[in-house]
Design a protein around this ligand. Structure first.
Ligand code: MN
Length: 298
């Protein structure tokens, strides 16, 4: 089993465990005792690959703390073996850099190939790995990439549009582009890495063309279907390239996130290029703007 999950192993293993891996929508932990735990939405299906000895464990321990949410949009049990359009975004919490949304289509026949290419939850991957995998991915699967540059973001934000609505519009647009791209073929379903309750998502999209058939929402969807993991990898690759471009434009290396390093870098940019320039490459309403202004005056 360790060999089987070699490509999906996690860095940390709990005490007494031989290995921990994340694959096909569940976490697999094998213990020295010989016991193997399968946890997560797809645990039962994954465990069944290993015959009767495997003991699937449901995620009951997690559920009591969960917020109640709209039902009816949870992915089906067998989703990891279906042909799915997955969508995910990056850049929402970053002061610098654009919100980037990708929808990617992964056919069930391509799942083993994608596993070969190293596609998995991008939270376990570093930037160079992301780029290497993304370069192969974009030649292998159809996808749609949308980049909301911060000049446009600031304009929408100042008009009163919430980030949630922007994300909903981008996800929907990316999915529609991709559906058109792959037509007449149709996916078995759509899976959105959930950032808001599904009903609010649809509310944001009132008056827009929205595909509502077989649409599923899940948090941590990167682990639920490889299409979301693939979308996330392509989005992060684009985001990293954009950061390189912005660093060049600003004449300074700009950090990700919204922490104190970001304030310092932003203050330097204000001193060099002025605050007007800064706001063209940042999410202006973030508290970082204030902080950087103060730092720049020192
Ligand atoms: Mn996400």
């Amino acid at each position: 089993m360790a060999d089987h999950y070699a490509g999906n192993k996690m860095d940390k293993t709990p005490p007494g465990a031989v290995f921990s891996a994340k694959a096909n929508g569940c976490t697999i932990t094998a213990y020295n005792s010989g016991k193997v735990l399968f946890q997560g939405g797809n645990a039962e299906a994954e465990a069944s690959k290993w015959g009767a000895q495997a003991q699937p464990q449901t995620k009951s321990s997690k559920s009591p703390t969960k917020k109640p949410q709209t039902t009816g949009y949870q992915p089906p049990e067998n989703i990891s073996s279906l042909s799915i359009i997955g969508s995910d975004e990056v850049g929402t919490g970053d002061f610098f850099g654009p919100i980037t949304v990708v929808a990617a289509y992964v056919k069930k026949e391509q799942i083993p190939l994608l596993q070969e290419l190293g596609v998995r939850d991008s939270k376990h991957l570093k930037d160079p790995q992301i780029s290497a995998i993304a370069k192969n991915l974009i030649k292998t699967i159809p996808y749609s990439l949308l980049v909301l540059h911060n000049e446009k973001y600031n304009e929408l934000q100042q008009k009163g549009m919430s980030q949630g609505k922007m994300k909903a519009l981008l996800h929907n647009q990316a999915i529609n582009h991709l559906l058109r791209k792959i037509a007449p073929e149709k996916p078995d379903g759509l899976l959105i890495d959930q950032f808001v309750d599904p009903l609010i998502y649809f509310k944001h999209l009132q008056g827009k063309k929205v595909e509502k058939e077989n649409i599923y929402f899940s948090t941590k969807a990167e682990g639920v279907h490889l299409a979301v993991a693939a979308a996330s990898i392509i989005a992060r690759h684009s985001f990293v390239k954009e950061f390189e471009r912005l660093s060049e434009k600003a004449g300074a290396v700009i950090p990700k996130g919204a922490g104190s390093q970001v304030d310092i870098a932003a203050a330097k940019i204000i001193q060099k290029r002025g605050s007007e320039f800064l706001s063209t490459i940042t999410k202006k309403h973030f508290a970082n703007t204030e902080k950087a202004m103060k730092l720049a005056k020192r």
